[in-house]
Design a protein. Structure first.
Length: 608
């Protein structure tokens, strides 16, 4: 949520900021702004609406000359998305400019204190409190002033700050909200995420909690909350820059759907060694794996849906009991942690606030933790005991596709590894599963080649108001993700139900021509699910079935069938989700919506 970009160097800052903010649009926002220092004063231009408004107001940055500046895209929390509430914010005499991601939880208390001191507020934001708090404590030393306010603010924040009387310095701070620092021969950068600066540099530093950085055009200084100098190690990002570009596709989402075969292959291949699964980054001996008696799988949104699938895979293959939790609920239910447990937290960004909080909760209780994430150097990567990366590359569209698919692969590999070590899979069974796992990328490509059929079906349902997804077992987990893909980008009301629950209320919602998508990939559950399909069919529903290629009997009951290539019963989600992603995409496209940036949503949810 929200995006920060800052630059100081030899180039004109405003075009650099605009370019970086554009790369952060996927994070979600409803207003944008920039502050640029021209050598004498700090000038701010900001507006509600999309970034193109800011481009027009500044004539692509030409009206804001200067070689240092900070920019921001805001996702409204405190105060509606208006020009006044947009960032950056000034102090009282326009000598300090601030951009902020996160939430200051005690801002009302701080605001009341500042008002008593004579400060006046023009916005509804918590961020303006930071600007005035900096003004109140400012003693000519920016670093000392910043560390003072850090001791007084509660909540999460990433800050970019400029002081008028320190015209060759930008300061940045990080606490529970991601922020990176980039270094290049043309200058130095701050950003919320790597894609914002990938055009200019691959050398980055990851700020830890409560660290401050001072940027000059040719140097960087890092400090802790006490103002003491600290050393940081540079990381070279090896992402292909083209992965953050559309590459001829109309939308990032479609490009990323088509990148799934490669992403899946890249996540599988490093972990396979001669028909064995080797997950070196797991840092667990076979004996430690055998001691695991329970697994907690924790995530939000699509990551939670992969965990739902993984529950069936872990319990079915490794016979380890699994609890699946929404990260936002995990710590508030006061979970009972058992000995010899493993907490697996799943997050594309590695910065999801609720998931990070769940990780910390587990660690506080002595539970071993493993992060399944996509972003190297993210908070979860640094704080988890072990990390398993999904090699999806940059994912820009808000609706996840390839990150979801690679998370599934990570779960499969872990479950197979645990099952083999615990003696639940023999050599032959493991080799057979590995063979089927390696076939998935090609099978996904086969499904993608039939996109025209799915597009024609999607065009029939552009005006529909309600859609239901049903399935049993793993098929229920697939249904949850298929429903989410449709609702988040098409704005159609869509719900997923365990098929056996239809009779417990949901079937009353079925009307003539209601679209019901039935996922039927688990062979032992064919007949059970077909009976549920017949129940909605007799009430006038139009039935779309997603099923295995050998289940031709389904044609007698449903209206439209999408067949999947043959694979292991535990891997069917990786195939069934492909046509459901395409269906959601083409419905959104047909309705003329912004597929990559659906309303009210953010890619990276870094506040609770």
């Amino acid at each position: 949520m929200c995006g920060i970009v800052g630059y100081i160097g030899e180039l004109q800052a405003a075009p650099v900021l605009l370019d970086g903010l554009e790369k952060l649009e996927y994070r979600g926002y409803d207003s944008a702004g920039m502050a640029v220092f021209d050598g004498q004063d700090i000038h701010i231009v900001k507006s509600s609406g999309r970034l193109k408004v800011l481009r027009e107001l500044t004539e692509e940055g030409a009206l804001l000359p200067g070689t240092m500046g900070i920019g921001h895209t805001r996702w409204a929390t405190h105060g509606s998305p208006t020009d006044v509430n947009a960032h950056p914010h000034f102090n009282k005499d326009d000598s300090i400019a601030v951009v902020h991601n996160g939430i200051i939880e005690n801002y009302l208390k701080l605001k009341k204190k500042l008002e008593k001191k004579g400060y006046e507020f023009i916005s509804e934001t918590d961020t303006e409190v930071i600007a005035h708090l900096l003004d109140y404590y400012y003693n000519g030393d920016p670093l000392d002033t910043i560390t003072k306010i850090m001791h007084r603010m509660e909540g999460s924040y990433a800050l970019g700050i400029m002081f008028k009387d320190h015209p060759e310095e930008i300061y940045a701070v990080r606490k529970d909200s991601p922020l990176i620092v980039g270094q290049s021969e043309e200058g130095n950068f701050i950003a919320s995420d790597v894609p914002a600066i990938l055009k200019y540099t691959r050398d980055v530093y990851f700020l830890e909690n409560e660290e401050v950085v001072k940027l000059k055009k040719d140097s960087l200084g890092f400090f802790n909350i006490d103002g003491e100098t600290i050393e940081k190690e540079v990381t070279t990002v090896d992402w292909d820059m083209s992965a953050a570009e559309k590459g001829g596709y109309e939308y990032f989402m479609l490009k990323e759907i088509y990148e799934q075969p490669k992403a899946v292959r890249d996540t599988i291949n490093p972990r396979l060694k001669e028909n064995r699964i080797e997950i070196e980054e797991l840092n667990m001996t076979d004996e430690e794996i055998r001691e695991i008696k329970k697994i907690y799988l924790i995530g939000c949104g699509s990551a939670y849906h992969t965990a739902m699938t993984a529950k069936y895979v872990f319990e079915g293959l490794a016979r380890i009991p699994v609890e699946v939790d929404l990260a936002s609920e995990f710590r508030y239910r006061n979970p009972i942690f058992e000995e010899n447990s493993l907490a697996v937290v799943v997050s594309q960004s590695g910065e999801t606030a609720d998931t990070l909080a769940a990780l910390r909760e587990a660690k506080e209780h002595g539970v071993r933790t493993l992060g399944i994430i996509n972003v190297v150097g993210s908070s979860i990567a640094r704080e988890a005991d072990s990390v398993m990366y999904t090699w999806a590359g940059p994912e820009i569209a808000v609706a996840t596709t390839k990150a979801y698919s690679t998370q599934l692969i990570a779960h499969y590999l872990l479950a197979m590894k645990f099952a083999y070590v615990k003696g639940k899979l023999d050599d032959g069974q493991l080799a057979d599963m590995i063979s089927q796992l390696k076939a998935l990328p090609e099978q996904i490509e086969e499904l993608l080649s039939n996109k025209e059929r799915i597009q024609r079906l999607a065009n029939r349902y552009l005006a529909t108001e309600h859609v239901f997804f049903i399935g049993r077992g793993i098929d229920y987990a697939i249904s949850l993700e298929g429903s989410l893909k449709l609702k988040e980008i098409s704005y159609i009301h869509s719900e997923a139900y365990a098929a056996g629950e239809l009779k417990h209320g949901t079937i009353s919602l079925i009307e003539e021509n209601t679209l019901v998508t039935a996922v039927i990939t688990q062979e032992e559950l064919y007949k059970k699910t077909i009976s549920n399909v017949q129940e909605v069919k007799t009430r006038g529903a139009f039935i779309l079935a997603v099923t295995n290629e050998d289940n031709t009997e389904v044609e007698k009951t449903v209206d439209y069938v999408i067949y999947l290539p043959k694979t292991n019963q535990y891997f069917t989600n990786s195939l069934a989700i492909i046509p459901l992603q395409l269906f959601g995409y083409y419905v959104s496209l047909g309705k003329g919506l912004d597929v990559d940036k659906p309303r009210n949503l953010a890619k990276s949810v870094t506040v609770e």
